[in-house]
Ligand binder design. Structure first.
Ligand SMILES: Cc1cc2nc3c(=O)[nH]c(=O)nc-3n(C[C@H](O)[C@H](O)[C@H](O)COP(=O)(O)OP(=O)(O)OC[C@H]3O[C@@H](n4cnc5c(N)ncnc54)[C@H](O)[C@@H]3O)c2cc1C
Length: 274
């Protein structure tokens, strides 16, 4: 490996995805010398894109849409490139009919007899007054039998297959908070996300990441696994590339990998990276 950094950085960031790029940028803006190491051969993490042979940008690790309700986040991200408004709409095939996903009143009317659908809509409005999105679990676990049955229908026809496929495990093993990420919409909003700001980068995500990491205080090297260079000593100190490292270490990979490499991690270890 050809080292692209010199001397000791103040901050080492493992990972050049969104978390790593934002952390590195913020630390650099605060005057720290930051070294970003990324084990893949590209920046951008799971949001990385590249052009295919036809010149079309492909989201290599699956499609990503930037969405937030937070105005501060919206303004922050716009510093790093141009963005277009994009609202994602998805249809799924249930019982041979193409219906909006997340499941909404249009889906309900397509799959249930109209009179029953209208009755259910009125009941849902009354029961969840003021709410426009609920979780499928809220429906399934409701004391009203009709609402619970509707919840079970949506769970069986939308969540079971989709969630199991997405997470590669039987749906009952998927955490409840994950199942709750896709709502049931109490109305006709057929957008996949309900957030105020929904965007796609005009020139692609990779460009945004390049701009985020382009800073005089940041050195970024790809193709380097931090775990090959960083060791945690029994006394709690860290060695990086053979030398004592007493700066800030920010790790943005999978937590269980960190645990597997270092074994038990004291709480102070997590605190040192934040
Ligand atoms: C199919 C799919 C669709 C998604 N769609 C959306 C969406 O539409 N909108 C949305 O907001 N989110 C979406 N997400 C979640 C999305 O991936 C995250 O929001 C975002 O990529 C998280 O960024 P991150 O930096 O936390 O993690 P990552 O993007 O995973 O980046 C972590 C980086 O750390 C690197 N790394 C790990 N360990 C090491 C190590 N030891 N040394 C060096 N480098 C290391 C990894 O290689 C990786 O590049 C989706 C996820 C998937 C899988």
């Amino acid at each position: 490996m050809m080292k692209q950094w010199k001397g000791k950085p103040d901050v080492i960031v493992a990972g050049a995805g969104f978390a790593g790029a934002v952390a590195a940028r913020e630390m650099a803006e605060a005057g720290k010398q930051v070294l970003v190491l990324e084990k893949r051969d590209h920046i951008g993490g799971n949001m990385y894109e590249e052009e295919n042979e036809a010149g079309i940008r492909i989201h290599v690790y699956g499609p990503h849409i930037f969405h937030t309700n937070d105005e501060k986040v919206f303004h922050y991200i716009r510093q790093f490139g141009q963005w277009d408004t994009y609202e994602h709409r998805v249809k799924g095939k249930i019982k041979e009919k193409e219906v909006p996903i997340p499941f909404n009143f249009t889906s309900l009317e397509a799959l249930f007899p109209m009179e029953q659908a209208k009755k259910l809509e009125a009941k849902l409005h009354r029961t969840f007054s003021g709410k426009t999105r609920v979780t499928v679990l809220e429906l399934m676990e409701h004391t009203d039998q009709e609402i619970a049955e509707l919840g079970q229908f949506v769970f069986d026809n939308v969540f079971k297959g989709y969630t199991a496929k997405q997470w590669g495990m039987p749906v009952l093993q998927v955490d409840r908070s994950v199942i709750s990420r896709v709502p049931v919409v109490l109305g006709r909003d057929d957008r996949y996300f309900g957030d105020r700001y929904q965007l796609m980068p005009t020139e692609g995500y990779t460009k945004i990441f390049e701009n985020m990491l382009r800073h005089k205080n940041i050195v970024c090297q790809t193709g380097v696994d931090v775990m090959d260079l960083l060791t945690l000593q029994p006394d709690g100190t860290m060695r990086f590339d053979g030398e004592l490292f007493d700066g800030i270490f920010i790790y943005t990979g999978m937590p269980d990998v960190l645990q597997n490499c270092f074994g038990f991690l004291p709480l102070s270890f997590f605190a040192s990276g934040i």
